[in-house]
Every structure is written in C-alpha cells, then in structure tokens.
Unconditional design. Sequence first.
Length: 202
Amino acid sequence: MNKNFIVPFILVLVLASCTLLNPKKDKIQTPPEILQWAVSARASSSYGSQLSENRDDFSAFSATGEPDVFNCSDNPKAWVSDGDNEGLQWLELSYDKEVFVSGVSVRETFNPGAVVQIELLNGSDYVQMFKGKDSNRKCPGSFDFSVREKEGNVTRNMTSFKTGTVRITLDTNVKGWNEIDAVGIKGYEQYWYLFNNTLWVE
C-alpha cells in the first residue's frame, strides 16, 4: 500500500470513530419557561361576592393561586358565574410577572367544556389567542392552549409581547354550572426562537 495513502486513511478512521462515539450534537440551552398562577382576579359576574378576597366563596378570587379542587364537584374554592345559563361570561386573571406567554391552562372542576375564548392583554388592547370549542371533557381536567405564531419561515412558540393578564370567556349555556378552579400561564422573560439550529434571543 502507498505510504502516502496510509496517513489520510487512518485520519478518516479516527474521525469516523469520534462521530460514532459522539453521535449527538450539544443540546441548545433555551431560556427557562416559567409557570405562574394568578394573584388577582375579576369577572363579569360571580356567584360569590365581586369584591371578595376569599378563595372559598365562588368569587373570582377563588380562581387565584394553584389548583385546590381535586374532585369533580360543586366547590366554593372555584369561580362560577352568578347563573348557569347566562350566556358569555368572562374571568380575568393577573400574575406577578409579565412574560412572553407560551401557553395557558384552564383548570375546569365542574361541568367542563365551556371555554370559548382566550385573550391576552397587550397594553390597553385584548388580543384574541383562541376562539373555538373547548375540547376538554375530563373533570377535573384542563383546557390547555399553546401559542404558535409564524413570521416568515420562523415559528415562534410565544407571544411577541409581554403580558401579565389573561381573560377567559365561557359559554355558560353549556349544561350545568361551569366552574374554574385556577388558570396557569407559561412563558419566558426573554423573547427567543430557533433558526437554522441557532438560538436567537432578542
């Protein structure tokens, strides 16, 4: 065998073995996703007091904090409108930190399936993120919505604006009293996206 051929041949074998030993590329470290539960709330109507700051009287404030209703039942620790056939009713929740929102989770604990719209507050305007039919039938269960925004060839999994307020609209004509125990939002403090396997942070 030609000696001039041996060295590059060995080099190819070494590189090939390195590739086999390290078949995976380094994982890109994306900014951490934050999960928050509401700290304050208001509603178009409530079976409990509109001004209450108790979490056990069917008021809007009952929907703040982490989930605390673990059975499918009529429970004062959840918010419910003042009637079970009152058409469209909304629940608005606010959170400690404003984030670029990546997802919303509505915890339904009695007669689920009533969520018809999700909006996020951007400045003084409400931006519609979801309008349609609630697919959740589990009780207790969650209606989960994930943000997908496309700009050109780039799909971004978060809103292009920061917010700390979400409004959930229910169709209370869905059979029974439709109760919401809690609403969580997921999001990021930094706006980022992946393009050509590169992390871009704005």
